[in-house]
Design a protein around this ligand. Structure first.
Ligand code: MN
Length: 247
């Protein structure tokens, strides 16, 4: 088995090193990740300049681009093989509900999925990063499961692991995405040169967080696994849109 590992926190982040080392015990692992923290980069491709790939002393490839760039160039030319699985992470911080729209962690997995490869995005749900070992165990377990029992169709799984010791986790739950309240206000600043500046604030708290959602599972100390799709069509609104056009 050949696994492509990427992330959005950067190729030097603890989460990607621990993930790559753990997966290397069951597969050939190649790491291609951004040269700096690109959290929040979403599904962006760099089209206005070439991307430079460097090889670190530990063999990891770093790219001066986005998470999407990393997976895209890895699969479409950098590597001389097609990975069997793409794993993105372990992200430091949750990617639940609306976070998935902005997340670079999810975006790296999305790119794998769009290129036809089973893909996982794995996040540890607290910025404290105290229990990466829990997220590592879950990532390894899910990759082993994919190898043993192929999903049967294209699959993109968004995985959020509570930042708790492994023996405090209460199983894995298949969930849907919840929703957050609207984001906190921007923070207004002045630059040293007296210009107005704005720093985008944190995401809002959970709003739709009832049973069955990713937020609820994590609140209950369970690992949340949400199968995602990329079709943005609002299927149930097609009829209304056609009717509206007739008015
Ligand atoms: Mn990140």
């Amino acid at each position: 088995m050949k696994i492509l590992v990427s992330n959005d926190d950067g190729y030097f982040a603890p989460g990607i090193t621990l993930l790559a080392e753990a997966l290397a015990r069951l597969a050939d692992v190649t790491v291609v990740a951004p040269e700096r923290d690109r959290s929040g980069a979403s599904n962006s491709l760099t089209l206005d300049r070439p991307l430079v790939v460097r090889r670190a002393a530990n063999g990891y490839y770093s790219v001066n681009g986005t998470p999407t760039d990393c997976v895209h160039i890895a699969v479409t030319g950098l590597l001389d093989f097609t990975p069997d699985v793409v794993v993105s992470g372990i992200n430091l911080g949750a990617n639940m509900g609306d976070d998935t729209i902005y997340s670079g962690t999810v975006a790296a997995a999305v790119e794998g999925y769009l290129l036809g490869i089973p893909s996982l995005a794995v996040s540890l749900t607290s910025k404290a990063g105290e229990h990466f070992e829990s997220a590592i165990r879950v990532a390894v377990e899910l990759v082993e499961r994919l190898a043993r029992a192929p999903f049967g169709e294209a699959v993109l799984l968004n995985v959020n692991v509570p930042d708790l010791a492994p023996d405090r986790l209460r199983g894995i739950e298949i969930t849907r995405l919840g929703k957050r309240h609207k984001a906190e206000p921007v923070i207004r600043l002045a630059t040293p040169r007296g210009e107005d500046a704005y720093w985008i604030g944190p995401a809002g708290g959970a709003a739709d967080a009832g049973p069955g959602t990713d937020f609820h599972a994590v609140e209950q100390q369970r690992v949340s696994v949400t199968p995602l799709r990329m079709d943005l069509t609002h299927s149930t609104q097609l009829a209304r849109a056609r009717e509206w056009l007739e008015r």
